[in-house]
Design a protein around this ligand. Sequence first.
Ligand code: MG
Length: 378
Amino acid sequence: MDGRDRKKVLFIDRDGVIVEERQVDSFEAIEYIPHVFEALREISRRTDYLLVMVSNQDGVGTPSFPYESFIGPAERILDTLRGEGIVFDDINIDFSLPEDGCPGRKPGTAMIDSYRSDAYDMEHSFMIGDRLTDMMLARSMGCRGFLLSGDDMDIPPDLADTIALRTSSWLDIASYLADDSTLSHRTAEVHRKTKETDISIAIDLDGTGEGGISTGIGFLDHMLDQLVRHSRCDISGHVEGDLFVDGHHTAEDTAIALGEAFLKALGDKRGIERYGYEIVMMDDTVATAALDFSGRPELIWDAEFTMDAIGAFPTELIRHFFRSFSSAAQCNLYLSALRGGNSHHTAEALFKAFARAVRKAVRRIPGDTRIASTKGVL
Ligand SMILES: [Mg+2]
């Protein structure tokens, strides 16, 4: 058969790859791996790999995992993927237990031996899995593997050649397979040192909301935690500021470094939403945020605090923080708190609304490589 006609295959594990690794015996147990839909949608749209599921489901049909508990959630997962345009061409699931020694159980290949024929191009096929047994299966099939795991797994030397990429993110796999670096994570690191502060910040715009920034000011750390969680950007950082003076330089320079990190990670802003907005209520306060990564700084501020300080943190620094961010990130930012309630609530609602506006504005529109401006530059 002509090499061009041979089909390439993506063998894909389920647990630990599509959904979190656990016995999925109820609808509540279904928890999707971050970015799996985005990545598989792009892979399906841009490449011609066949999608073949290969999964071990230990002991389905036994009292500890009845078939009735397995099948509903299993079908729900496939239905949800199908709704996103991700359709598996073939599904192979082994129900045996390790002690059964079943030849179909991974890393055994019996379930997918039919792909070892001239009709398929194993040399250019891949297995995507979260375990070394998945990579052993890839080696046995003559294909290569993507190991979806953290750095804590030791790779035996005899599997090193089989593993095309070890990553904790689906976006890296999509970027590799579609040969498009714009699909991968948008990250940046900023180090900023002055006579007043020494700051390191790392950001991943395509994260899951992990991390935090320690500034030495408890209240500001608490507000930055809101930014991390609600923006769903991964942000970690450390700030050494001249707190023996007061909190002014620390708050200002943290905002500048954060703004610089966002600006750097956004790059040329290709394919992003650009605008974001949110209204957040918190008990006695309603806060509104609107944001435009326009390339121009501006802060429109319409909020007041009933107290001059929250803990030891002057409330006037909150406005200054956002002004500094707007300057460094070169964004237009509107913030308001419609009615002044408890000052802690007001500040927290403002940070949450800001974070959620950021989340919308930095979001990439799948498949869109344009810059959201008639000028062609942001
Ligand atoms: Mg797995």
